[in-house]
Design a protein around this ligand. Structure first.
Ligand code: ZN
Length: 309
């Protein structure tokens, strides 16, 4: 095992998906992240992990067959098709979504087989809003849930922790873990914005950390101390991260006040926990983040901290 390397997964097909022209969830997002990883020197620590698209079987471990079929039936041959007000598909969208899930699966294989302790999937479309029966919120299928379901099956794991610091609550991931007690879920989010989730944590394997508008990094990190304790107590064998960087102060879609440093410190704490409970095994996948510069710098800070182990 090379402790100072990380697995890096990205694919050109993920740049071809588009919701509609001018949509904030744009192909440039992952291009800017890769460029920032290059410019900061992080890519010299990257092991480029090859991967293939997730299969129907992988998707159907999580999603309802009818929903998956409806997405396939509605894929446009040209132009765009709207799934809901915010979410669209072009001819490349399903290939991109399957590749994004495939990245998650290959990253899990790599980390479980000790190729590296940590992995970062620079992919899109994002996934954490996609519910079992409903794609929504820029998300078609839920990569992190598909990854968890795969890891449970393939590696006979008993406990996986999903942590989600995207500024929007991962309602799709919540939908999945409600029927999967082997997976725990901690999610911080800005309250009273999309997807307007009830902030109450009403099941044992979930902790919600709602944050007030304009909360800064200090409030965020304070809230997460309870979240990290929850993860520690669950004793996961693998930690999966929904890494959305839209809680950044420059993000146009939300109103929290985090900086790159906050994502760095958050990740540093998670790495410490992972080292104690699961031999450092962390697979992180991109969710939101819509200011291109803030996104690229925040993702770089996140990867930098993933490497400090
Ligand atoms: Zn988000």
């Amino acid at each position: 095992m090379t402790a100072t390397m990380f697995l890096y997964l990205s694919s050109a097909i993920c740049q071809k998906h588009n919701n509609s022209w001018g949509h904030p969830e744009s192909p440039e997002r992952i291009v800017h992240i890769e460029q920032a990883l290059q410019d900061s020197g992080m890519m010299q620590y990257a092991i480029a992990q090859p991967f293939s698209p997730a299969t129907d079987t992988d998707v159907l471990r999580v999603h309802h067959p009818k929903v998956w079929q409806t997405l396939k039936d509605n894929l446009p041959q040209n132009g765009f098709v709207k799934i809901d007000e915010d979410t669209g598909m072009n001819p490349y969208s399903l290939d991109a979504a399957l590749m994004a899930s495939g990245a998650m699966l290959a990253a899990i294989d790599g980390v479980m087989n000790n190729q590296a302790k940590t992995a970062f999937c620079n992919i899109r479309p994002p996934g954490h809003h996609a519910e079992i029966k409903r794609p929504m919120g820029f998300c078609l299928i839920n990569h992190i849930a598909i990854g968890a379901a795969y890891a449970l099956d393939k590696y006979n794991l008993e406990r996986i922790a999903i942590v989600d610091f995207d500024v929007h609550h991962g309602n799709g991931t919540e939908d999945y873990i409600r029927q999967e007690p082997r997976v725990s879920f901690v999610s911080s989010f800005q309250e009273n914005i999309f997807p307007f989730t009830n902030p109450i944590s009403d099941i044992d394997n979930m902790l919600k950390l709602p944050l007030k508008t304009q909360s800064d990094g200090k409030v965020f990190m304070n809230g997460w101390q309870e979240g990290f304790e929850f993860v520690r107590n669950f004793k996961p064998q693998l930690i999966l991260v929904s890494a959305g960087f839209d809680a950044h102060q420059k993000d146009p879609l939300a109103s929290l006040n985090l900086t790159e440093d906050d994502f760095y410190h958050w990740t540093q704490q998670l790495v410490e926990i992972a080292d104690n409970v699961c031999e450092g095994k962390i697979v992180s996948t991109l969710e939101g983040g819509y200011d291109l510069e803030a996104l690229a710098n925040s993702a770089t800070a996140h990867v930098k901290a993933l490497l400090k182990q």
